[in-house]
Ligand binder design. Structure first.
Ligand SMILES: [Mg+2]
Length: 269
């Protein structure tokens, strides 16, 4: 059986607080030994994922900014890896143009990443200034702080929708992006890049922005949240695993479970 793995990062593969993935390492090693692709599918930016991917010795394709763009190696996994980018959502210049126009037409009060210095983003997010600068290097989505009324937020949403843009509520920020999500990036990569026949698609995630990706996969591993709850999804319970522990140990438990359940023993290539 050919397995292919799509995974969220924060709270799924990475520890919610310090972003380590130590406890998942044995599972990552085993997947690499079996040549099973591990495709990062995160809300993080290319700049944020780039170094992490090297640290994980991961040379699979990956998706950034909630499926807004995908990156894939164009010549195998040699040393001189070339990454190609395809934007599945709307490019950032288009988004910023729409935001500027709506701001001037409706006088909406908001502050987006493009309006903020690295220091300000660091202050609001709790990231280091360096990490904030990586989070600011965006391709196809823009976080913003809404500083206007709830009524105006509705108008704002409607105006964005007229331009094929959506507004997603995150923790602290709203995210303006095209009609993309992680499941779209997963489908794109399966249709255009990983076209191996008879693949079993595994998805791992922990929160609402992973839901569609988990529901579209053949098998979903839901990683326990730090408040001990689990994301609820609509799927045959036989095709769902809820990890006993939180990330990163929960990620390893999920992979161990999948190897056992799907019988992908050592006969697998
Ligand atoms: Mg997450």
């Amino acid at each position: 059986m050919n397995l292919i793995i799509f995974t969220d990062l924060d709270g799924t593969l990475l520890d919610h607080h310090d972003y380590n993935f130590d406890a998942a390492q044995p599972a990552l090693n085993e997947l690499s030994r079996r040549n099973i692709p591990v495709i990062i599918n995160s809300s993080k930016t290319y700049a944020e994922i780039k170094d992490l991917r090297i640290k994980m010795h991961n040379n699979s394709a990956f998706a950034v900014e909630n499926g807004a763009a995908v990156y894939y190696p164009t010549q195998g996994s040699g040393q001189a890896e070339q990454l190609k980018q395809t934007i599945l959502g709307k490019p950032l210049p288009f988004i910023l143009e729409q935001l500027a126009e709506l701001r001037s037409r409706f006088h909406f009060q908001f502050q987006s990443f493009a309006d903020m210095s690295n220091e300000t983003v660091a202050e609001i997010t709790g990231l280091s200034v360096e990490s904030a600068s990586l989070a600011k290097q965006r391709q196809a989505s823009e976080p913003l702080l809404w500083q206007d009324s709830a009524d105006n937020l509705e108008i704002f949403k409607q105006q964005l929708a007229k331009n094929q843009l959506q507004l997603l509520q995150g923790g602290r920020f709203y995210h303006v992006m095209g009609q993309n999500d992680k499941s779209l990036a997963m489908a794109w990569l399966l249709n255009n890049y990983y076209q191996t026949p008879k693949q079993t698609v595994i998805a791992l995630g922990d929160s609402a922005n992973d839901r569609k990706m988990l529901e579209c996969a053949d098998f979903a591993a839901i990683i326990r949240k730090t408040d001990h709850s689990y994301l609820a999804i609509e799927k045959d319970p036989e095709a769902v695993f809820n990890s006993p522990d939180v990330a990163p140990l929960g990620w390893r438990q999920a992979i161990d479970f999948i190897f056992n359940k799907l019988g992908t023993g050592d006969t697998d290539e």
